[in-house]
Design a protein around this ligand. Sequence first.
Ligand code: AMP
Ligand code: GLY
Length: 428
Amino acid sequence: MKVLVIGGGGREHAIVWKLAQSPKVTKLYAAPGNAGISRLAECLPIKAEDIPQLVDFARKTHIDLTFCGPEQPLVLGLVDEFKRAGLTVVGPDRAGARLEASKAYAKQFMTRLGIPTAPYEIFDNPQAAKAYLRHRAYPVVIKADGVAAGKGVVIAQNLEEGLRTIDQIMIAKIFGSAGDKVVIEEYLSGQELSFFCFTDGTTVYPLASARDYKRSHDGDKGLNTGGMGSYSPNRFLTSERENEIMERIALPVIRGLQMDSIRYQGILYIGLMLTPQGPQVLEFNVRFGDPETQVILPRLKTDLVEVLLAIAEHQLQKVKLEWIEDPTVCVVLASGGYPQSYEVGKPIFGLEDLNSEDSWIFHAGTAYKRNPDDPTGPPHLVTSGGRVLGVTARGKTLEEARAKVYKTITRIHFDGMHYRKDIGSIEY
Ligand code: AMP
Ligand code: GLY
C-alpha cells in the first residue's frame, strides 16, 4: 500500500515511524515532512494546506490511504475533497472539524448534549464582552472562537487584563478572524488530561492516555506553548475515570454528531480538566496531539494501518487495540526564545546512533541545509522551527523512561536549545 501523511512536525514523524512498521506499507510519502521524516518517507514540496495539489498528487500516484496530522487541512475540508475524488482518507470532514474550528460551536454543542464543561457566555460584540467582564470573579478564561495556533486562550487574572484581552482579540484582531467571537468561561482548577479516541462514527475506542505540559518553563511557569513534553499513561486516569469519560463525554459526542448527520471518522482529542466535580471538557481537537502522539504511538502494539483502514471502512469494531504496559516520556527540545521569536538554521549535533529499541528521536522543526562554503559536501541537520526535537523513551517505570530521556538529551546540542527538566516528575 502507498500511504500519504500530511504534516511535518514531531507528531507526524511519530505517525510515519509507526506506519513504517506495518507490513502492509510498501511506500510512504509525507507532505511536507521534515528532515527526520525524510529517512522513512519521500517528502513532497507540497504544503499541508494546499488541498488541490494534495488531491492531484494522491490521484496521480494512486495513494491507497491518506492520514492528516494537523487540524488546519481538516478545517479547510481536506477530507471532503479527498472523498469527492474517490480517495481513501482518515479524518473528520469539515462539518466534524468544526468541533475544533469554533469554540463557540463546541460549547453550544456540549450544552445541548449536557456534556460537562465550564459555564460560559459567547460574544461577538467587544462592548458587551467588556460589560460582562465587569461582573465576573477572577481569574476568568477568554478564548478566541477560531483556530489560533494554540495561542487563543488567555487566563485573565483581573478585570484590567480581561479588558485588554478583549481589545487585542476583538479589536486589534491579533488572531485575525478567529477573534470575531470570543467565549468567556469560568476558570477550572484540577489536573489536565489529554484523552484520545479512535472512532469510525459509530464505534469509539479510547487510546492510551497522556499528559501534555503546555507551559514553557519548569514548574508550569512561563508562556503557553504547543507542548513542551508529555508522558503516558497519565497517572491520574483510573479505569473508573476512563469509563466515566467514555460514558459522559466521548460516546455522547459521537452520538450527538450522528444526530446532526455528521459521521465523524478519525481521532477525537478531548482536553479535560479533572475537577473535584468530575471531568470537564476544556476543548475538543479533531486530530492527534503534539507531543502526546510521540508517547502514545510507541505504546501501541496494533498495526496503525489496520486501525486506519478499519476507520475508513466503518469496521472499527473488528479491530482490537493492544498496548504495551511500559510508560513513555517525551521531552521537547526547543529553540532559544520559543514560544516567542527565535532564530533558525542552527546546526544540530549529537543525534548519531541515538535511536534504540526503546528510545527515539522524533523530529519537529528540522531541515537539511548545505554549507555554502562546501556546496558539494553532505547537507547538515539544522533547526527550522520553534519545537525542534522530541526525545522519547519507554521504560519499565516512568522514572526509568525519564532517566533514559534526560541521559539522551545530554548528548544533543544546538545553539539556544532549551527544554523542561520536570516532564513526568512532579505534577502541577
Ligand atoms: P484550550 O485550547 O481550550 O485547551 O486551552 C488551552 C489551555 O488553557 C488548556 O490546556 C488549559 O491549561 C487552559 N484552560 C482552558 N480553559 C480553561 C478553563 N476553563 N479553566 C482553566 N484553564 C483553562
Ligand atoms: N499538545 C496539545 C495539542 O496538540 O494541541
